[in-house]
Design a protein around this ligand. Sequence first.
Ligand code: ATP
Ligand code: FE2
Length: 332
Amino acid sequence: MILGIESTAHTLSFGVVENDGRAKPSVSNLFRPEEGGIHPREAADHHSNVAGELLSEVMVKNSISKSDITAIAFSQGPGLGPCLRVGASVARALANSWEVPLIGVNHCVAHIEIGRNQTGCEDPVLLYVSGGNTQVIARRGNKYRVLGETLDIGIGNMLDKFARSQGIPFPGGPEIERLAGNWLSRNTECSLESILLPYGVQGMDLGFSGILTAAIKKTSTHELSEVCWSLQEHSFAACIEVAERAMAHTGKSELLLGGGVACNERLREMASIMCQERGGESYSPNKGYCVDNGTMIAELGRKMLESGSLTTLQDSAVSPGLRTDQTIVTWH
Ligand code: ATP
Ligand code: FE2
């Protein structure tokens, strides 16, 4: 089995994948700040404090011992430096003491590979929507290329900030989804005309800071659940539009969703409607594999191990600004 360690932001997670690709559910521990956003150093302290316990848990839950582990994979970037360094230190220590190879992986690429592993799609356009990242990605040659992305904040970050402004604790996305559903169930005839928000598509790129400011303003004149509904409709439609254009440009027929915001049922519904209309197919992994998880790191580690892409100790420094298209794809 390959052991994967995820620590890019607020989640510390361990997961394993069998050498033949069978994935096992991750064990995770989420840092929840008492107030405000995530302070990288506080999140890193949290990760250090729970790492030992979580490691034992993943071994016990999967009934494995260190002799079952053939390699250690960890998130090398992108992410928050202090958080990444905790995961990398644990990975280096384990690889060294268990005498197995170390593999530093690209977190964004891991979202794609666990999605392919879980859904069976072959060559998708990935709509990667999380707190820190919003990207539309597709493979061309030996790289996953970013065809469009947010020019300011990630969509999940926008949802969390909006939620925080309304006194809803982190993570705000699930509660916004619940409130939006509540509005819809009480107002079957509702129209976006009465609550328009900025539409954040700029060419193939996206932007969410304008819609955040406008949505906060709307809460003084509209019910919160209506604003949540409109916020989802506008921001998700923008992502789906860019994803559709990416599918048209590349000629690919599969759309894969990934990242924490891909847990959202309305986003999943919009994705499948769009794909149906153009004769394509939309794929969404189970929610546990959409949010940040150690298993996705293990799965990309497995593919890199098979293709001989290992990481030496000298090259194992974390890379907070790592880009999706910096990783050479050496696997199928
Ligand atoms: P990354 O490091 O890839 O940027 P992340 O640190 O943001 O990821 P994830 O676990 O991928 O972590 O995503 C968390 C985000 O997903 C949060 O912004 C949260 O509000 C959002 N989210 C979770 N569930 C839902 C949902 N049902 N609807 C909308 N957003 C959701
Ligand atoms: Fe992520």
